[in-house]
Structure formats: C-alpha cells, structure tokens
Design a protein around this ligand. Structure first.
Ligand code: ZN
Length: 389
C-alpha cells in the first residue's frame, strides 16, 4: 500500500488537495487529511506537498518494436525501452507496426506488448500495418479484436501517402465496418487509426465514407494531423464535424521549418477555432522513423520518434500557450482513455488503476511516476528499468 499525502490532484479536472491511498494496483481511497489508525500496516508514505498529482500519461501511437526503415535495412528503428516510458510519465502505450508490415509482424508486436505489461506498464496494440489488405492474426479484423484481449482496433492504415497501399474507398469502408463490429461485440473501441500522409487528398476519403455509409465519423481516428499547414486546416474542419484528431509530438526542427505545426501551438489554434478539446489527442509516434524526403522524394536524413516528446508538448501548451493544466492534460489522459475505451484509465478516481504522475508545481517537471501501484520513478530517480537495460 502507498499513502500519498497532500498532493494537489488534477484528474485531470481539479479535485483540490487530497490524500490518495493506493492498494495493490488500484486507487483505493481519495480523501482530505487521511489518518490511518493502524500504523503497523506496511504502508509506504509519499509526501506530495509541492506537487500536482495527475493521471499517468497515455501514448496511443507508439512503434513498440520499432517502425519504418525507409532508408534500407540499417535504418530499421529499435524497440522501445521501458525506462523511456517511465521517465516520460507514460504508464499506458498502444503499439502499432507502421510502414514495414513484412519484417515487423503482429506476433512480434503482441509479444512486446505483453513484455511491457510484465515490466510494469499497461499496453495494447492495433492489428495491421500501413498496408491493405490488413495482415491479421486470425482471418478477419473483427476476429483479432474479439478474440485477442490486447487488440483494441485496427491501424495504422496509411492513406494520402506515397507509402500507402492506396486502398479504395470501398476497401477502407470495409476495414472500418469489420473493426466496428469487432469493437461492438467485444466492448472495445474498434477504431481505425489512420496515418495521414502529405498528399493533398488529406482526409477526403474518410469524409466520403461518412457521407455515403452509416459509419459514424468517430469510427476513424486520424493521426499526424499537424504534419503540414494544409492538413492542419483540414483537420480543424474535420473536428468541427465531430471527428477525433490526433497530433504527433515527435518532430525535428527541419519539419517545423517546412510547415509542420508544433503541437502546443496547434492545440491553442484548434481551441481558438472552436474545436472541443474532448476530440483532440496527442501521441508521440515513438520509435518511428522520421524520414526526411526532399521535394523529389529522395531521402536526405532519418531520425527516431521519441516518447519524451509527448508530455514536453503538453508542458509547452501550459507554460507557453496559456492553456490551463486541467485542459491541456486531457489530450494525453482522459481523452485517449475515453476514445479508446481503456477501462479505469486516464483519470484519478477510486477503483481506477493506480497510474499516477507527480509534477513539480513550479517547473511542471516529472518527479515521481507510479504505474499499476508500483513506484517506478521517485524524485527524478529511475527505480525500475526494462529487463535488458
Ligand atoms: Zn504514421
């Protein structure tokens, strides 16, 4: 058991100063000035007097076993390390394959997902990669979602990109329909996570499917919406129709110079355009390859996406863009939990999973991280590392 004293709790909405009692992997009680009469119980007490206590962060688009490799085999990016998540306050990740659906496979992704669970954080995956037809574990998308506990949807399917399989509208509608049924029958979200590339066709295929079928706009979960200014503007209109929009926090200065919208700035702009924050999420695209193609499509450099960019952009949104902490935090806590139907995640409530991050009130730096009731980082010191770290 852990008793956290005097923290200023943001769930992410403010709950004021509270004590939190953690029992095993759950939040057992939240009360002001909690006093435990039987002091012989083995209870670890953490003082959080100078901290905000916020929900553990959810990063719902991470290449857990690496991704990409658009510069040949030597550019295949490496696996995610547990410590990278912990140091970044991330206690839940959703894994994706990405560009390479040949040498990176669903069994391998699922094994890594289970490894991260064993190491101490919560992990799920989407079935499939950029490519269509979707390479599933069983014969259909809905079977993967219904039969495998860790599979919560399909993706990331690439559209509007030169690396996409160029699916037709009918193919994409069929994929969404299978994912929807899989989600309905298993109580999962069953969303279609869509990689949107640089092509000018942008979100038009999704919008046509919405117009021509019974599929709701919330069946689709497009990401990389901030990758250039024209997609960002289209993303605002898409969100105004009720769609979810996911921003990618990993970037390199050259991308920003070329028109990518910095997430913290983009969040402010989208809110100013009247978009409801409940529809907006950030993900890191961690361990993705960040290939830098020139105007002729020739690769000129390669970097790796970092999960530590996730909270970094939220912090910038609070400190530099003036977005209140209880609003900004939603994009990496309660919003992904609700959109992806992650039970007992994304908020600080009794009975919820004990995934907690302590932020220094002055600097907003991450001080302590608790995942599934276990202290993983304390006062900036990493206590738990991955198996081979
Ligand atoms: Zn992508």
């Amino acid at each position: 058991m852990i008793l956290i004293k005097n923290g200023d709790v943001y769930s992410p909405t403010s709950k004021g100063e509270q004590d939190i009692l953690v029992s095993n992997d759950k939040i057992a009680f939240i009360q002001q000035g909690m006093v435990l009469a039987n002091t012989s119980l083995p209870i670890q007490i953490l003082d959080a007097s100078n901290c905000y206590i916020v929900p553990g962060f959810i990063d719902s688009h991470v290449h857990l076993i690496g991704g990409g490799g658009e510069g040949g085999f030597k550019t295949r990016t490496p696996e995610l390390l547990l410590s990278d998540c912990i140091k970044s306050g991330i206690t839940t990740v959703i894994g994706v394959l990405g560009t390479d659906g040949t040498t990176r496979t669903m069994p391998s992704l699922l094994a890594k997902c289970r490894a991260l669970e064993e190491e101490g954080i919560t992990s799920f995956v989407y079935t499939g990669s950029y490519q269509t037809p979707v390479k599933t574990l069983f014969s259909k998308i809905e079977e993967d979602i219904i039969l495998i506990d860790k599979i919560i949807g399909v993706g990331e399917i690439a559209i509007s990109d030169h690396r996409s399989s160029q699916p037709t509208k009918h193919e994409l509608a069929r994929i969404a329909a299978e994912a929807r049924n899989g989600g309905l029958l298993s109580g999962k979200s069953g969303v279609v996570n869509l990689h949107i590339g640089d092509s000018k066709s942008m979100l038009s295929m999704i919008e046509e499917i919405i117009d021509e079928t019974e599929l709701p706009i919330t069946q689709f979960y497009p990401t990389h919406i901030n990758r250039n200014s024209y997609l960002f503007e289209a993303g605002i209109q898409y969100a105004q129709k009720g769609g979810f929009v996911d921003f990618t926090t990993s970037t390199i200065p050259h991308f920003i110079e070329n028109g990518e919208v910095k997430c913290s700035v983009g969040l402010k702009r989208m809110l100013d355009s009247g978009v409801n924050i409940e529809q907006i999420t950030f993900t890191s695209d961690g361990q993705a390859s960040l290939p830098d193609f020139d105007e002729n499509g020739v690769l000129r450099g390669m970097k790796i996406g970092k999960v530590n960019s996730l909270y970094h952009e939220v912090k910038d949104a609070i400190l530099n863009e003036g977005i209140p902490i209880e609003e900004a935090l939603k994009v990496i806590t309660s919003n992904p939990a609700r959109i992806l139907k992650l039970q007992n995640k994304g908020q600080i409530n009794e009975g919820y999973d004990a995934d907690l991050v302590f932020l220094n009130k002055k600097t907003l730096e991450i001080e302590t991280v608790i995942s599934k009731g276990r202290v993983m980082l304390q006062n900036g010191e990493l206590l738990v590392k991955g198996t081979f770290e």
